[in-house]
Design a protein around this ligand. Sequence first.
Ligand SMILES: Cc1cc2nc3c(=O)[nH]c(=O)nc-3n(C[C@H](O)[C@H](O)[C@H](O)COP(=O)(O)OP(=O)(O)OC[C@H]3O[C@@H](n4cnc5c(N)ncnc54)[C@H](O)[C@@H]3O)c2cc1C
Ligand code: FES
Length: 336
Amino acid sequence: MLETTSTITIQSGDGEIVVPCAPSDTVLRAALRAGVAFPYECGVGGCGSCRAEWLEGETHTLWESAPGLSAREKSRRRVLACQTRPLSNCRLKVRVGSNPYSAPRPRRRLLTLLERRMLTSDMAELIFQGEGPAEFEPGQYALFDLPGVDGSRAYSMSNTPNREGHWHFIVRITPQGAGSAALGRGLGSGEQAWIDAPFGLAHFQPSSARDLLCIAGGSGLAPVLSIARAAATRPIAFYFGGRTPSDLCARPMLQSHPGFGESLRYREAISSPQPNEEWRGEVGFIHELVEKDLGERVSDFEIYMAGPPPMLQAALELLVGKYSVPIQQIHYDRFF
Ligand SMILES: Cc1cc2nc3c(=O)[nH]c(=O)nc-3n(C[C@H](O)[C@H](O)[C@H](O)COP(=O)(O)OP(=O)(O)OC[C@H]3O[C@@H](n4cnc5c(N)ncnc54)[C@H](O)[C@@H]3O)c2cc1C
Ligand code: FES
């Protein structure tokens, strides 16, 4: 049980909600733990979705230069709830959802690394054991607090919820990246890492009767793979894009899942073919292949996407801008 030292009063519309806040918690984490549908997306200061108006109380800002908040917004007493740790009882204003937060509530867990294997030259799959069941919605992510790394890093689960307490991640080790190197190369078998999980709103919606269209770029594979694995018996069109052929690691991971059969259609493309490389497959950005194959039929699907911001921007322009797919049919997380 976490020690509670302060309360957060959230003013939303005409009402107020009061939630307890443990000393190490941010406003966002405390609100979600209490079941409040606080607006958010990335959990790491990048997107700005958790912006709130600060009314009173002392705070500590975890990441002063977080890109999700401009200097002008700061001067108008706006804060990012995911980067704000209350130091006293406090009050803020934000519009929260009228229904309680419906995803599993996040909590801190200690995981032990069982296995790491390289999927490509820069992408590693990590398999952890936690205590108790691994409870999350397919498509959600965990926030890692890694020794020697400032701030939390978000990594999406690539497996499905399970009673055995297995947590799988796919990490792209970025050049000069502190968190991805600490996790993807630094952590050894048997070593432990703290996570806070689960987070994320772009998770699988099993109640939709539409076929699934899954679009992933690079390390965006993890959450989309989790969703496809959870929906394995349903018709799925799965599109995966990489820069070069050696980045295309998704096919064997999909094929090794016991549930997939005739209902899965897998397509892949590379964006940066090398002159000395033999590649007979599709060349171009992955959203271009989606358009080539499906055209205006994209609006028939429930769509799940993950990947770098430029990939998601291009895919959204295609789906919403060109083919008028209702935004409620599209579920995505931007990887900041
Ligand atoms: C919802 C979500 C899901 C993601 N899922 C995956 C995944 O499944 N696989 C994957 O490989 N990547 C994923 N990412 C990207 C991942 O979280 C990291 O951004 C990426 O690994 C690069 O981190 P790095 O530490 O190596 O690089 P760095 O350059 O060290 O850091 C990059 C990011 O860390 C944060 N950051 C940097 N400095 C600070 C600081 N001082 N305080 C607080 N935060 C700071 C910022 O968000 C920054 O963009 C996801 C991102 C998001 C938002
Ligand atoms: S959720 Fe806080 S900036 Fe993205």
